[in-house]
Write a protein that binds this ligand. Sequence first.
Ligand code: ADP
Ligand code: ZN
Length: 435
Amino acid sequence: MERYYQPEIETAPREKIVALQNERLSATVRRVYENVPFYRNKMEQAGVTPDDIRTIDDLHKLPFSYKQDLRDTYPYGLFAVPLKDVVRLHASSGTTGKQIVVGYTRNDLEVWDECVARALTAAGCTDEDIVHVSYGYGLFTGGLGADGGAKRIGATTVPVSSGNTQRQVTILKDFGSTILCCTPSYALHIAEVLYANGYTKDDIKLKAGIFGAEPWTNEMRRKIEEMLGLTAYDIYGLTEIIGPGVAFECKEQTGMHVNEDHFIVEVIDPDTGEVLPEGTQGELVFTCITKEAFPILRYRTRDIGVITRGKCSCGRTLVKMTKPRGRTDDMLIIRGVNVFPSQIETVLLEKGYTANYQIVVDRANNFDSIEVQVEISNEIFSDTVRGLAERAKELAAALKTLLGVTAKVTLLEPNSIPRSEGKAVRVIDKRKLLD
Ligand code: ADP
Ligand code: ZN
């Protein structure tokens, strides 16, 4: 039987959620207008007042917020409460530039724990579980976010944080951890080290994994599930909104339910800003409607996804978003063709390669080049030189068919690509260094 953390919300009729959203949105807009000069100025420029925002149908009237706004008001300019009411600060991991800072009141932390508790419960976690958290603890939201949700459920939390993979394996085995939380790329690395030590999935007790913070494909999911003997669930979030737990996956594994009583999601055309109908791919935009310290409005995530409201077999009625295929800024434009690293990952895993790969993009004489470097297994590595050349050729042809551009393929010996302990670095774009 399906278990929910808060069935009254997770399986609520749509009207109930909409009523909550209407009320919370108008209150939040009024509060930020009164307390944050940044939002008041922006709304005045757009010619809207809090009286214009009564229901979610008025949302589109509000101006967007961007990462740059957080940088311009760094560190505390978007906070809507006095600093004395802020009990925790977090900062983004700075994947794309200068770091940004967000704050939480005591109540914001409660809301966050609740969101993550829903995600853990959907993955089957109860107070009998041992939750091994290998997301980094610290300013990054992953570690403390997962920790808070596990504690809320009453599970036994193991706050390992990331790194020292050998020790992670020992702890997984000795403590009998049943649920693993980390990035998907780190889960794979932990699996590699487990096997390198002569163990297999039969030596550990993991039953579920909650993996997020970076894009990953379904092929990667199957690989992790097979190696660690668990069911892998996706979890989505970002520092600007709350951290992990903005949306979470259920057993159906076909997308993530958005915690709509706290966050309103929209999908827009990234070029025109126009709101797109459900089922259409575009940029995900979130509005926080319960946050006290950092209630950001219409935040442009740059993540590309689709939302759908079809019936889910788990019984949840919360809207679902697809696994984001990457950010608009992860998208590579190679000789005019759009390429997402996740498309390359799909081909590599389908063709039996490892998920240890890196994409190197360069430009010479105004001509973009793309090289896919991927590690091969020990058995393949002992193949003849001719055999290897044949393989590289076959992979290049498969990539060409899928991407529409020619990529150079370089097969590397095992363990030559640096392993990730957090978010994997998949792309080295040398063109950016030239700008
Ligand atoms: P940074 O922006 O410095 O990477 P965050 O930790 O806030 O810091 O990262 C949030 C971003 O991570 C999201 O905007 C999204 O691009 C990515 N992300 C988080 N969870 C997922 C997921 N489940 N699938 C794909 N991408 C994800
Ligand atoms: Zn579901």
